[in-house]
Design a protein around this ligand. Structure first.
Ligand code: GUN
Length: 291
């Protein structure tokens, strides 16, 4: 069994991005600039945005966080997005989700200029991705592809079971792995899938992204399979100082011995997602996708 070390891969890519930023700055051009909009006081969102800010500093990006109060109206947020769309000194921006209930996330996503949509959530970027055109890839699917690339895991002609059909993980990763270059035969499983256990147990590659702690058990994994665990569920624990621990969607202890490769939780896919945001911001600054 080989453990996929997301921190190692993330650090390696971070160094590559930092080197490219140094070249940009040495050539007299401005460092890429990422802006994050944070609405309200959601604790997890504040932590995520803090990590993003720190990572921007580490690779040499400029970063700005716009903190808006919980009571911000949808119209006010849309007006802020419009300002960022028009600002030449902002290469890319994200609106941290979830948003307060009185604001439509879909409206917000669609208001972002696709050229600055470094989350890759705008339907124009989704459409381009599905069509195999250059686009900003969403963070988690891109992170998974980077892990497969780094460990030179052969996907061509292999079968892959993706469990979970979310817009931001399951459906995009299923689509990307079926594309030329990755060449997987993909089954996208969900809550209404018949014979889910058998389908997952037959797959060469399993991607668990349903958000249900320890759902994938040893009897559902073929010997020698590659297992990618996207789940992160916080559960109480009396063994940690914080009083809680993170569980993946895979029952790691019993599944790991059967695998050729497996991602741990934490330390697998998680550290990669921020890197994808950095990659997209660099692409935005270089006008790589839209010219
Ligand atoms: N909330 C949780 N993950 C994400 C993400 O990747 N982007 C944004 N904008 N919000 C999130």
């Amino acid at each position: 069994m080989n453990l996929i070390d997301g921190k190692e891969v993330a650090n390696s890519l971070k160094r590559e991005i930092a080197a490219e930023v140094s070249e940009i700055v040495a050539a007299g051009r401005p460092a890429p600039h990422l802006v994050a909009i944070l609405v309200g006081n959601d604790g997890a969102s504040q932590t995520y945005v803090g990590h993003k800010e720190k990572c921007c500093g580490e690779v040499g990006f400029r970063s700005t966080v716009l903190r808006l109060p919980e009571e911000t109206t949808e119209a006010e947020l849309l007006a802020e997005i419009d300002r960022l769309n028009k600002r030449d000194d902002v290469d890319g921006f994200i609106v941290q989700l979830p948003l307060p209930k009185h604001i439509s996330e879909q409206k917000v996503i669609e208001a972002i200029d696709p050229r600055k949509d470094v989350d890759g959530f705008h339907p124009v970027n989704t459409g381009r991705m599905i069509s195999g055109l250059p686009s900003y890839l969403p963070a988690t699917p891109d992170g998974i592809l980077e892990l497969l690339r780094y460990y030179k895991i052969d996907t061509a002609g292999k079968t892959c079971a993706v469990v979970g059909r979310s817009n931001i993980v399951g459906r995009p990763i299923a689509n990307l792995l079926s594309q030329k270059g990755w060449d997987c035969t993909v089954t996208l499983c969900h809550s209404r899938t018949k014979d889910l256990k058998e389908t997952v147990a037959a797959a060469d590659i399993v991607i668990a992204a349903l958000g249900s702690a320890e759902f994938v058990t040893a009897d559902m994994v073929k010997p020698g399979a590659v297992v990618i665990d996207v789940g992160i569920t916080r559960v109480p624990s009396d063994k940690t100082k914080s009083g809680w621990k993170l569980l993946g969607d895979v029952k790691f202890d019993e599944v790991a011995p059967k695998c050729s490769y497996i991602t741990p939780v934490p330390g697998g896919v998680g550290p990669m997602t921020i890197i994808s945001l950095m990659k997209n911001t660099l692409k935005a600054a270089k006008k790589e996708i839209y010219g």
